[in-house]
Design a binder for this molecule. Structure first.
Ligand code: ATP
Length: 683
């Protein structure tokens, strides 16, 4: 991969007067990124693209970053394009002179709306007036206008903007990416992390005129040893990623980065802030209690009930203004006015501002009994009025990340928890602490009891969190008095990097482990056929993930999709699976007529193997057609928490689980539960 050639190639697409970067330049970067599955090449392409902008038109960087990450604003800003598929079809017909049949034929052939636009534009014989080239800034502004048009006449306004964009697109590739952007499926394999890495690297090489930081000329970096270069890259990337994890808004991050570079100062200027949600810390999956005890052997930890509700990040500033954010950083203050009204009461003496985190669970207000997640989903999502609330909730707090103007992320969990529990005030059945028990791996009996008690009250399992930072010496952590656990650890623990109990936004570390009942109690398994997949996100971008699985219908001979799965696979397995089903290989086929599924996977597999799958329970589904007509005329069946166990080498696809067997299992499950309806899954 020749970086300077790539940069020169990109530059040749500049093509606008007045210094503004053209949309053709961004399109070229998309085409180059799309031409490879190598993440290194995708990053390099983005780095070159960003450098071309830094040197030529820094003001287009921010809009380019939004467009390349297929978004227009951070999730908590609530800006949505709100375009239906019909609006895109209407515009395609009008601008490219297609009729209904012509458009349908293109959709049937290509599937993807962007590819349809590409073909339609290619076929367009001539245009009377050559439009002015689209500019990156102009396209981004158009998208913002679409998202902000509200009220009467807004549909027409949006439609006009979409049509104008298609009209002004100069080449077929521009049309393709304009449409992919409008349907929010860019498909260039560049996800959030790729962009953050590219931003960090681009400012190692180049800086805008007047910026106040050191850059390293490419020839100087090229002379460094491989590990020295890796070190420079990784510290810049860590800073940019950490800043984004604490303050996920490119509108703040990009200008600041262009001004001061990837320096520690970035974390101060663009770090944890009131009313901007940080990306939550995530738990790592463990198979069962035994694996958890092995992982944390020699360490002190806290077991907490893992409530089945909705994660909530509560911000409150000195003036008492409250914002509540979801796990995916959406603003949900309007959904929980009851929690907002609690804040003055839970805020103990001496607490002026804070960010805390907990799980919102539907409860019985009188008894405090927990209700299933399905009950919580009955609450309206927006503009809930205090007087109208029928689903009562309790917030079970589990962490405190910010207090009185000071971030607490670097403090050990024990200390954060102590501050949370001593400075805030419990209100029974409204606000309290997650139920917890401190332990070590020698307390396996009581850990098991605690786990069972969590399951008894309908929790999903337990979260297990390291209490203290592990010292970096080889001493046993926390002077624990180890005895052999009764639940035998499965593997011998090896000495690894010391674990920290700090709050690490957006990271999934071994210091937070989840043990779910579904993982420890899967009695039944199914033998399913992998039939399709999607391009993975983030770390899994190189592989197919999730993977769509099917049961077979012995009556019709068709394969009926039953679930998507992205759990239970090792990286090695993902790798060999991707090799087996590589694009272009004979194992990748066009949409088979004998498959029942309404969604649009990125790839269809030749059905040729059977996988054993564990799952928590079977649910009625509006999305999956498996066993439709056997238990319900409108709904099929699907699985909750599907998990890959192994390839059944000994089975052919004719021996895979049949739809009627799945229906039988569902009936058995219903009999056991003694009730109808375990809820629905969405897809
Ligand atoms: P993840 O959020 O880890 O990506 P996921 O969305 O599948 O995965 P789960 O596997 O159910 O979620 O586990 C994590 C979630 O459990 C948290 O995001 C949080 O909402 C919930 N949770 C419930 N109780 C706790 C607790 N005591 N500590 C932390 N999280 C908890």
């Amino acid at each position: 991969f020749d970086a300077s050639q790539c940069a020169a190639e990109l530059r040749s697409h500049w093509a606008t007067e007045g210094g503004d970067a053209s949309y053709a330049l961004l399109t070229r970067a998309f085409v180059l990124a799309n031409a490879t599955t190598s993440r290194i090449k995708i990053v390099d392409t983005l780095v070159n693209f960003l450098r071309v902008l830094i040197e030529g038109d820094p003001s287009s960087i921010l809009p380019a970053v939004w467009l390349a990450t297929n978004s227009i604003s951070p999730p908590y800003d609530e800006l949505e394009l709100g375009l239906g598929g019909s609006s895109i079809s209407k515009a395609l017909k009008k601008i490219y002179g297609l009729n209904n049949q012509g458009l349908k034929a293109l959709y049937d052939k290509h599937g993807d709306a962007g590819d349809v636009a590409f073909e339609a534009k290619k076929r367009q014989s001539f245009t009377l007036v050559k439009p002015k080239p689209l500019r990156i800034k102009g396209v981004y502004q158009s998208l913002k206008k679409i998202a902000t048009s509200k009220g009467p006449g807004s549909q027409e306004t949006k439609q006009r903007i979409v049509e104008k964009l298609l009209q002004d697109a100069r080449g077929a590739e521009e049309s393709r990416y304009i449409v992919r952007t409008l349907v929010q499926n860019l498909r260039i394999g560049a996800v959030k992390t790729t962009m953050l890495i590219a931003l960090a690297r681009a400012v190692l090489y180049s800086k805008p005129v007047g910026a106040d930081f050191e850059v390293r000329p490419p020839d100087q970096l090229a002379r460094l040893k491989k590990d020295e270069l890796a070190e420079i890259y990784s510290s810049a990337e860590e800073i940019v990623k950490a800043s984004y994890a604490r303050h996920p808004n490119y509108n703040d991050l990009v200008p600041c980065l262009l001004e001061i570079g990837p320096t520690e100062e970035l974390l101060v200027r663009c770090g944890l802030s009131m009313h901007i949600p940080l990306r939550p810390m995530l738990g790592s999956i463990t198979r069962d209690l035994s694996e958890m005890l092995t992982k944390l052997q020699g360490r002190g930890f806290s077991c907490e009930y893992k409530y089945d509700g909705q994660r909530a990040q509560v911000h409150c500033d000195e003036q008492g203004k409250v914002s509540i954010f979801s796990r995916h950083l959406e603003l949900m203050t309007d959904k929980y006015p009851d929690l907002v009204s609690l804040v003055p009461q839970i805020r103990g003496e001496g607490v002026s501002s804070f960010i805390l985190e907990g799980e919102v669970v539907a409860v019985d207000r009188e008894t405090g009994d927990l209700k299933p997640f399905q009950v919580l989903t009955n609450r309206a999502k927006k503009n809930v009025e205090l007087g109208d609330i029928k689903v009562n909730v309790c917030l079970f707090a589990f962490d405190l990340m910010y207090l009185n103007g000071e971030p607490l992320l670097d403090r050990p969990f024990r200390e954060r928890r102590e501050l949370l529990r001593s400075l805030f005030v419990e209100i029974p059945n409204h606000f309290g602490w997650v139920k917890s028990m401190d332990a070590t791996s020698s307390d396996s009996e009581s850990v098991l009891e605690f786990f069972k008690s969590a399951i008894d009250v309908k929790c999903e399992g337990i979260m297990v969190k390291l209490l203290d930072n592990e010292p970096s010496t080889n001493n046993k952590a926390n002077n624990l008095n180890e005895t052999t656990p009764t639940i035998e650890p499965k593997e011998k623990p090896t000495r690894r990097k010391p674990l920290l109990s700090t709050y690490e936004p957006d990271k999934r570390l071994e210091s937070w482990l989840k043990v779910k009942k579904d993982y420890s109690t899967s009695s039944e398994t199914l033998d399913l056929i992998p039939i399709a997949g999607w391009y993975g996100q983030g770390r899994k971008a190189k592989w197919w993930s999730p993977i769509l699985l099917a049961v077979r219908n012995p009556e019709t001979g068709s394969l009926e999709a039953v679930t998507k799965c992205m759990s239970g696979f090792t990286d090695k397995f993902y790798q060999s699976h991707k090799e087996k089903y590589a694009p272009g290989s004979t194992n990748v086929i066009s949409r088979p007529s004998y498959v029942e599924y309404h969604g649009e996977p990125d790839v269809w597999f030749e059905p040729c193997e059977v996988w054993e799958m564990a799952f928590a329970d079977i649910t009625l589904s509006p999305t999956y057609p498996a066993a439709i007509g056997l238990v319900s005329d409108e709904r099929g069946l699907s699985l909750r928490f599907p998990r890959f166990i192994k390839v059944r080498e000994d089975k052919s696809i004719d021996e895979a689980t049949s739809s009627d067997y799945l229906a039988l299992l569902w009936r058995k499950q219903m009999e056991r539960a003694g009730e109808v309806g375990v809820g629905e899954v969405e897809g």
